[in-house]
Design a protein around this ligand. Sequence first.
Ligand code: F6P
Length: 341
Amino acid sequence: MKVAVLTGGGDCPGLNAVIRSAVRKGIQEYGFDFVGLRDGWLGALQGHVVPLEIADVRGILPRGGTILGSSRTNPFKHEDGVRRIRDTLAAHQVDALVVIGGEDTLGAATELSRQGINLVGVPKTIDNDVSGTDYTFGFDTAVGIATEAIDRLHTTAESHMRTLVVEVMGRHSGWIALHAGVAGGANVILIPEQPFDIDQVCEQVKNRFKINYAPIVVAAEGATPKEGQMILKDRSLDEYGHVHLSGIGEWLTQEISQRTGMDARTTVLGHVQRGGTPSAFDRWLATRFGLHAVDAVRDGDFGTMVALRGTRIIRIALDDTRGKTKVVDPSLYDEFQVFFG
Ligand code: F6P
């Protein structure tokens, strides 16, 4: 059996841990051969195939990013995409694919699987928004980075008695904002699932000043004001139709300082949240996903995705996750109301 591995979409810490564990178990226990497809679906379209032996995966467990490269290429937006992928797989005698990606990459995988390509999916993303799995790897690392940033911002905010607004990633879901905001003791947390009232945010900021504390506002990049539209940095779309977000932090800072008359500053954490070494939990989860993905390949259980359910790794049909985003439930958000304002 020859297996090709690809990593698609935005990178995240833990991708290399999946590649390593899949390759190690596949070669050592099942006698599989492996190759890598460079840069997600782009490599599959262009026939960019690289060797993937045990020696290639040595030492990569703690390394962020992906040794295979990544892109947001959507094979269905390229002429003859499916045929070109079939040609690449045939030319290299590849029997099955392990596709490591978020909702877009796995969405394309779902369609390719329907069209007869043997593949198993592995969910990744710092956003933690892939449905069907309790957690994706990358998320824990990102939350750790954002929490540390918030801790640091508290002391400088207090020294200057000003509001610090922290913009974190999270296009459609506020998991990073909520977890890091709660862990970091923010007093306003804004998530895409709950459009916010800017007047209320300013009240909460003022309340904080009244008790002599400097407010920390954590906003997911996809958070939107009730009355307005999403704040967009530019209007360019990627191949999956997503706009390039960013700007809510700056907008909030301006509104808060104008409406409260108090100084405010913005910190946009951006790709810092995605870079660097994975946390221990993400290495653990990614390693388990890789091991279970290769088991699914051995079983010929194609069209499935490995997922975390409680403490167990299960397999679910890719079809069941299609087009669904795992968002923050309002009741979970409401648990923390006592800390807001
Ligand atoms: O999908 C993960 C993610 O990090 C989102 O939170 C964010 O909106 C997006 O990727 C940023 O993507 P890019 O790397 O293309 O700027």
